[in-house]
Design a protein around this ligand. Structure first.
Ligand SMILES: *[C@@H]1O[C@H](CO)[C@@H](O)[C@H](O)[C@H]1NC(C)=O
Ligand SMILES: *[C@@H]1O[C@H](CO)[C@@H](O)[C@H](O)[C@H]1NC(C)=O
Ligand SMILES: *[C@@H]1O[C@H](CO)[C@@H](O)[C@H](O)[C@H]1NC(C)=O
Ligand SMILES: [Zn+2]
Length: 297
């Protein structure tokens, strides 16, 4: 019953959205019915995946994770870009995204080599911390996601819907006393892209330095894209060691970018989703001694 109501509500929203878009594009020469049908199909299929049982983000309950010290360590290659390698920084109205070259790869940690495509951020406001994943139900101020796709596929869009398609490396961003010089390479360019759908070029730098110092301790679970179409194709790696930026730097991320209608782009995070029996592994030993009591298996 509950599901049915939600579905009806969703359908109404979809129809409203389609109608609204039709109004907006009234002056253009689009094949109307075709466009509407495609949009409806896309939204309904988004609905299908976004309500699946392996969605992201999740809350990580540090007392319920399974220690798996044999998880292979993450080994990165080609992250140390130089200034001559320009990178495109984009405000797409939903997030702040940096395009990454395919020379950047995760060489070990998975059954295949995964190729980098982009990294982006999730954040909140001064009052509302905006990481997507939570640790024992606590949000961090922000979160970085470095998105990689399986090298056996041609590109990100082809890989995104495949079961073994994606590997995302996630880092929690907290507040420290000092400016983070590595983050400043991105944050200092924000004023150039404050308007929605704008981009700029920044000089390449060692992208490894945007991740925590230690990559040895991490959580691993199977999940999804956190935005539609919510494909459940992501092997998530979330580092236990966090990253620090200054209060001023965090404020720059929270207060500079604009979304549609010149509104502030903030709180671009999805709420934690149900685990539905999924396991969260930890590459390190945790103090949890009550494994059998908590184990759903
Ligand atoms: C991705 O690869 C597929 C298959 O080779 C190709 O058809 C498609 O055009 C590519 N998409 C992009 C965005 O490059
Ligand atoms: C993720 O799914 C794959 C394929 O089903 C499975 O082999 C692997 O153990 C899962 N990983 C975790 C952390 O549950
Ligand atoms: C790191 O792991 C420790 C030990 O389990 C835990 O107390 C802490 O909250 C974790 N922090 C993050 C960011 O995962
Ligand atoms: Zn993300």
């Amino acid at each position: 019953m509950y599901c049915y109501c939600v579905f009806l509500l969703y359908l109404l929203l979809v129809l409203f959205y389609v109608y609204y878009n039709a109004l907006l594009s009234g002056s253009e020469k689009w094949p109307w019915k075709g466009t509407i049908q495609i949009k409806l199909d896309a939204w309904l299929s988004a609905f299908e995946h976004c309500n699946g049982k392996s969605q992201s983000p999740i809350n990580i309950d540090t007392h319920k994770v399974f220690s798996e010290p044999r998880l292979p360590p993450i080994k990165l290659e080609g992250y140390d870009l130089t200034g001559s390698h320009a990178l495109t920084l984009i405000n797409d109205g939903h997030t702040l995204q940096l395009s990454l070259p395919s020379s950047m790869r995760v060489m070990s940690g998975f059954d295949h080599v995964y190729v980098a495509a982009q990294l982006h951020f999730h954040w909140g406001t001064k009052e509302v911390p905006g990481s997507e994943h939570t640790i024992d139900h606590v949000h961090f101020p922000a979160e970085i996601h470095v998105v990689h796709y399986n090298s056996k596929y041609a590109n990100l869009s082809e890989a995104a819907s495949k079961a073994d398609g994606l590997a995302v490396l996630g880092g929690f961003i907290g507040i420290g006393l000092h400016d983070n010089d590595n983050y400043e390479k991105i944050l200092s360019a924000l004023t150039d892209i404050s308007i929605e759908e704008s981009d700029t070029e920044i000089p390449g730098f060692n992208v490894r330095h945007l991740l925590p110092d230690s990559l040895d301790r991490f959580y691993r679970y199977n999940g999804s894209l956190t935005t539609p179409p919510c494909f459940q194709t992501v092997s998530w790696t979330l580092f236990n060691d966090s990253i620090r930026v200054s209060r001023r730097q965090l404020a720059a991320l929270e207060d500079t970018l604009k979304t549609e209608h010149n509104k502030l782009l903030s709180k671009n995070f999805r709420a934690p989703q149900l685990l539905h029996g999924r396991k969260v592994l930890a590459s390190f030993h945790t103090e949890s001694t009550t494994r059998s009591m908590y184990s759903p298996y």
